[in-house]
Design a protein around this ligand. Structure first.
Ligand SMILES: [Cu+2]
Length: 471
């Protein structure tokens, strides 16, 4: 049903308006309040203006690189859908610089652990956990929802973040801010802010090199919050091993993961069945802020702040068949460098760039969903679960964190393979050869207390995985 493609296209169209309007300063905020979006959508929907905008507004950084790498494409063919979506993506920029950044004010950060703990947290596969351990995990997710500013619980001061839902410009309904929804808002913000001044390409949390460090830190913070909320300092976030779903050769609805008594059911392919059932909703776990119909459309329903249950559409996508499989996972070891110019989601060669491949983009994809959101590995897992997992507020489904934990595990496995290779060129940067220089290594978006390159050495962050795929 709803997809990142739709989200991105609406987002992109509005961003083009901002780019075309000539003065993307304070006036844009008021423009977005008005009813001008309909006409501007119409004006900018012609692809040609957008494409040339993309080339100029993209600046010197990406354009020539993009053309070069495009020219070396093995197919030699330029797919019009790919070009249209990518051209519009490149046209994003400064849609609303005046907007207050949710997640920033008043919420002191965890930061990095001052030193590795004596015993690392061991992150295990969800399906290997005992019933008691699974129970603890879902209880920890529930616990985060109840750590509100006023609760007085440990960590409650970190729930004093800016929320989209309480912004006077947007006219939405505030909810009781809490430690879980902080992550939802931070992730929505990461999409809203793409290619703006506060989030240039070098700091983008998606479709760019910081994708893996940004999500590694998100998990690290969440894991620490969960540990504190349940009073277990050894708590480790489990991961979703995608291969579990392929055990009998058919992913089906992946019974090992979607259990009513723990993470909830797999949902279904229509409105009547897609609402997740089970322990989490039964115990009051609700979505409080969600994106609909395009994130840049702040006032016209781009965000909804009203409680509702999680929705899933496992196996309903026409774009992917099952979550990532063993052959796709093995492919990570065939990518020699972390990333490659132009460091984007469109023209970076996925046969070369480990990040591009793991994030899920393939330059040869023709399906619009796959061009916009990726249909291998990371993107494939999102798309296969569907529902809340395919919109920009995707952390609303706790599966987001288990999924990204496995993405992080893939990064860890790739790093370990490089470190174990004995090849001097591969061991650099803690096993991240080809990680770009400059701002790409600098502070993360929203979490600017941490630099991307401080997250390379995951063991120093205090955790490890029970098992890693190997070369
Ligand atoms: Cu994300």
């Amino acid at each position: 049903m709803r997809s990142w493609t739709t989200e991105l296209l609406v987002l992109i169209t509005f961003a083009q308006l901002a780019a075309c309007s000539g003065d993307p300063g304070d006036t844009d905020a008021s423009t977005s309040d008005g009813g001008t979006e309909g006409t501007s959508d119409a004006e900018t929907s012609d692809g040609t203006a957008g494409t040339s905008d993309a080339e100029t507004s993209d600046g010197t950084e990406g354009t020539s690189d993009a053309e070069t790498s495009d020219g070396t494409e093995s197919t030699g063919e330029i797919d019009p859908i790919h070009e249209m979506i990518c051209g519009q993506l490149g046209a994003l920029g400064d849609p609303d610089e005046s907007y207050a950044v949710p997640g920033v004010a008043g919420a002191p950060r965890w930061g990095l652990p001052p030193a590795p703990p004596p015993a690392p947290r061991v992150r295990r596969s969800w399906s290997s956990l005992s019933a008691a351990d699974k129970q603890q995990v879902v209880d920890a997710f529930l616990a985060l929802k109840s750590v509100t500013v006023d609760s007085g619980d440990p960590g409650s001061s970190r729930a004093a973040y800016n929320s989209f839902c309480e912004d006077a410009q947007l006219g939405l309904t505030p909810y009781a801010k809490n430690l879980y929804d902080f992550y939802v808002e931070a992730h929505i913000n990461a999409f809203v802010s793409m290619r703006t001044e506060q989030m240039p390409m070098s700091r983008m949390a998606h479709m760019a090199p910081q994708f893996l460090p940004w999500h590694r830190y998100l998990l690290l913070r969440l894991e620490a919050d969960m540990a504190e909320a349940i009073g277990d300092p050894d708590f480790a976030l489990p991961y979703w091993d995608w291969e579990d779903c392929w055990e009998d050769g058919d992913p089906g609805t992946c019974a090992p993961i979607f259990e009513a008594e723990f993470l909830g059911t797999a949902g279904g392919c229509d409105d009547a069945t897609r609402v997740v059932q089970g322990y989490l909703p039964d115990n009051g776990f609700t979505v409080n802020v969600a994106s609909v119909g395009g994130l840049m459309n702040f006032t016209g329903g781009g965000l909804v702040c009203a409680p509702r249950p999680i929705v899933r559409e496992v196996g309903c996508s026409g774009s992917v068949v099952g979550p990532p499989d063993a052959a796709e996972i093995a492919g990570i070891f065939a990518r020699p460098v972390y990333d490659a110019a132009p460091y984007d989601s469109c023209y970076t060669e996925e046969d070369v760039s480990f990040r591009q491949y793991l994030e899920g983009f393939n330059n040869g994809d023709l399906d619009p969903i796959c061009v916009a959101a990726g249909c291998t590995l990371h993107g494939r897992g999102h798309e296969w679960i569907g529902g809340d997992m395919t919109i920009n507020s995707t952390p609303n489904d706790p599966m987001f964190f288990l999924h990204h934990n496995n993405v992080d595990r893939m990064w860890a496995a790739w790093q370990e393979a490089n470190l174990a290779s004995g090849d001097a060129a591969r061991v650099v940067d803690h096993g991240n050869p080809g990680y770009p220089e400059g701002d790409y290594r600098g502070p993360l978006f929203v979490f600017d207390e941490v630099r991307a390159d401080e997250l390379f050495e995951y063991r120093a962050l205090g955790y490890e995985y029970d098992a890693l795929p190997s070369e």
